[in-house]
Ligand binder design. Structure first.
Ligand code: G6P
Length: 489
């Protein structure tokens, strides 16, 4: 009897997202400096040990020359990352244009671009063509690296055209697609000129996932109303092919945040912050500087609170961390000026020679500084006008074990469905309601804060990102086995 090798090799997982989890900067000598950015998706997949994971995505930089591309590919390979090289024109049309000026606002209920309708209609087609072309470029890189039995997990609104490309190339590929934004009501989705093509392409996947049941329901009703395909409790069945559609709410790597709080550098940051804001309650907002985050609405609500509660004016401070994002898109540039204008006006109105009510920073913070800030905060304010999930609310809760601060959370964030019982839910458009919730949160008795915090903390520490990723992939594997059984029967 021949000796056998009983080592079981791990199943390979190809994670495909617009952005790789590393950012690359070219040095003068043509070598590359890489920095890992640990976002929700990265930490989710770091925790899933049973797969041999590789990432495929855009490196976020333009590398026109072959020498640079080769060097970057080599450097990224060490991080198990595979780059897709997109030139400037494609990035402009696909990423700035179709992804961030059309799909992103539409999926967040902000509608299609209004200005100069004719120009928009004309550029719409070229942007959609670039979108398809970019998706095809991602597909080409996947074909090059794909091995039989790999699981291919595509992420987000940037890559809705990808499942179709992959399945047309190889119908046996195991393809999952997950949307990190809301999927809007079918009434919104049907305004999109390429509505049917995108839906059909996503349906080529074996499993389609959303953060909430509502988003999955909207997707199913878009399939019914736009494509005329009825949903089933399992998903969508068209011409004998079943696409499973389900909700998989993401979480965070809560242990990473909890562990960080004990680190000396985090403790030092906390001490500094406590001294700096001694005698004042700290309110915190942490957002990408994006119109969906409702930053102007949040600041206006804070202004209303100060206006109506003069006694609090020198006893509370709002720290708003606004991380610049998509700065080449005009809407984002306009938002930056708008927010600066409002902050300046309110600080001018309520500031004193020694203190201002709003500290607004246009930058990100490193992980340790962020954990310290979460930990010393009394009230966190998340006022997204729409948000797929919003993990800032989870991160805040994870860091509040000793302080037990209050979370004010928009009812239009996916997180409202999981943290709703512990948070104060608000309609961010209703400035009066948010202002009075600020007052309620600042005055909340300790026992109520404890009860609310306990509820949220239990949720955040048990529904982790690792569990999310493992559940999605095991559901994808099951879906494929079931489909194989159906064809045999
Ligand atoms: C959202 C999207 C992600 C995206 C992130 C940052 O969370 O769902 O796919 O990566 O924003 O945006 P950016 O455009 O900088 O990648």
């Amino acid at each position: 009897c021949e000796s056998q090798d009983f080592r079981i090799s791990k199943q390979r997982l190809l994670v495909v997202a617009n952005r790789l989890p590393v950012s690359a900067v070219r040095r003068g000598d043509d070598s590359w400096q890489l920095e890992i950015s640990v976002g929700g998706l990265v930490s989710a997949l770091l925790g899933v040990k049973e797969f041999d994971t590789r990432w495929i995505g855009w490196a976020g930089v333009n590398v026109p020359d072959e020498i640079g591309q080769k060097a970057l590919t080599k450097a990224l390979a060490e991080k198990r990352c595979i780059p897709v090289f997109l030139d400037e024109e494609i990035v402009h049309q696909y990423y700035n244009g179709y992804c961030n000026n059309i799909l992103w606002p539409l999926f967040h209920y902000l509608g299609l671009p209004q200005e100069d309708r004719l120009a928009t209609t004309r550029s719409f087609q070229s942007q959609f063509d670039a979108y398809k072309k970019a998706n095809q470029m991602f597909a080409d890189v996947i074909y090059e690296h794909y091995e039989e039995d790999d699981v291919v997990w595509c992420h987000d609104y940037h890559l809705m055209f990808l499942p179709k490309c992959l399945k047309e190339h190889n119908s046996k590929m195991k393809v999952g697609w997950f949307l990190h934004t809301p999927f809007p009501s079918s009434e919104i989705h049907r305004t999109l000129p390429s509505r049917s093509e995108l839906l059909r392409s996503v349906l080529a996947a074996d499993l389609v996932g959303f953060h909430t049941y509502d988003y999955a329901r909207h997707f199913l009703s878009a399939c019914t109303r736009i494509l005329g395909i009825e949903g089933t409790p399992e998903g969508v069945e068209d011409q004998g092919k079943l696409t499973r559609v389900a909700a998989f709410p993401i979480g965070i790597d809560s242990d990473r945040f909890i562990r960080a709080l004990a680190l000396p550098q985090v403790q030092d940051h906390m001490k500094e912050l406590k001294e700096r804001f001694a005698g004042r309650k700290v309110m915190l907002g942490v957002d990408r500087l994006d119109m969906i985050k409702g930053i102007p609405q949040k600041i206006l609500a804070f202004e209303k609170f100060l206006e109506e509660n003069p006694g609090w004016r020198d006893k509370v401070v709002l720290l708003q961390i606004a991380v610049p994002t998509r700065t080449d898109v005009p809407e984002y540039q306009k938002l930056t000026s708008q927010v600066h204008e409002i902050v300046g006006r309110i600080n001018g109105r309520f500031g004193t020679l020694t203190a201002v009510p709003i500290h607004h920073l246009d930058r990100s913070l490193d992980f340790h500084a962020l954990c310290a800030l979460y930990a010393v905060t009394d009230v966190a304010l998340v006022t997204s006008l729409r948000d797929g999930m919003n993990l800032v609310s989870y991160e805040f809760v994870a860091c509040q074990a000793s302080k037990k601060g209050v979370l004010i959370l928009s009812e239009f964030a996916g997180a409202a469905q999981s943290l709703g019982a512990g948070a104060i839910l608000v309609n961010p458009w209703n400035v009066t309601e948010v202002a009075s919730s600020i007052g309620y949160a600042l005055n909340m008795p300790a026992n109520e804060r404890e009860k609310r915090h306990h509820h949220n903390f239990m949720h955040v520490t048990t529904h982790t990102s690792q569990e999310w990723a493992a559940t999605f992939i095991s559901e994808l594997n099951d879906t494929i086995v079931e489909a194989q059984l159906r064809t045999i029967q």
